[in-house]
Design a protein around this ligand. Structure first.
Ligand code: ZN
Ligand code: ZN
Length: 251
């Protein structure tokens, strides 16, 4: 399994970090977790076209995590990308309403020459596109979900945006790679988000092997985020950057 960071940034535009998006690949299967604005471009830069995506899993509906869903649906109507297999979008209840409202505003988002499947997810485990996916409620918005994706010998956990909650330990338990919100340094914590020290604490409690810090607001600039996480976590620590590829499990 391989993880590619498509966006390590936030809603605040900066030159080198797009908002949230991750590509998870195993064999021929390709799913995106979150689809923030600009991440479709990063997908192409990672040598994957939107026509190759099996699915998009959304952690929550803040725009920095899902705005490129509209761009994706419009792109898939293009003759360049049409006649593709079905695309499935997963997300918490509210997904169908969101897509209905988007399509009401932009009728040209409705699928043409392919099938769009919407799957509202409640906490629990399901099989999807070669992965065993477990959705776990995370404290951020009322229905935010974190996802564990297992395939072969690999297990990756992605927190989405997260504030302090014990569910993060279940989410990251024994994960090869734990991708965790680390929006601001320890002494500048932002409501609704974690810090490197908090992320490190959850990674340690969960027994994760590698912690990938991500979702960096500009407050992070100039701070030693690795040192802050290292104070709490003994495993490998990686700072996300756009287009960084991270192997998950035995290769
Ligand atoms: Zn966010
Ligand atoms: Zn958010």
């Amino acid at each position: 399994m391989q993880l590619t960071v498509l966006g390590s940034g936030t809603s605040v535009p900066v030159p080198d970090r797009f908002p949230a998006g991750y590509l998870v690949e195993h064999d021929q299967h390709k799913v995106m977790v979150d689809c923030g604005p600009g991440t479709l471009r990063r997908l192409i830069q990672a040598s994957v076209t939107p026509a190759q995506l099996d699915a998009v899993l959304l952690t929550h509906y803040h725009t920095d995590h899902c705005a490129d869903v509209a761009a994706l649906l419009f792109a898939l109507r293009s003759p360049h990308l049409s006649n593709r297999p079905p695309l499935t979008i997963y997300g918490a209840p509210g997904l169908e309403r969101l897509l209905e409202k988007l399509t009401e505003a932009w009728p040209w988002l409705s699928p043409k020459d392919y099938e769009l499947r919407l799957c509202e997810v409640t906490p629990g485990t399901f099989d999807a596109h070669g992965f065993e996916v477990t959705a776990i409620p995370i404290r951020h918005t009322a229905q935010s979900l974190g996802y564990r994706l297992r395939a072969g010998s690999g297990l990756v956990a992605l927190s989405g945006d997260a504030d302090t909650c014990d569910e993060l330990v279940d989410l990251a338990r024994d994960a090869d790679v734990f991708v965790c919100d680390s929006a601001a340094p320890d002494d500048l914590k932002i409501e609704g988000h974690l810090t490197p020290g908090l992320a490190g604490g959850y990674a340690e409690r969960a027994g994760a092997r590698e912690l990938v810090l991500t979702h960096f607001y500009p407050e992070c600039d100039g701070h030693d985020l690795v040192a802050e996480a290292r104070a709490k976590f003994g495993g490998k620590i990686t700072l996300a950057e756009d287009l960084l590829r991270i192997p998950v499990g035995a290769q």
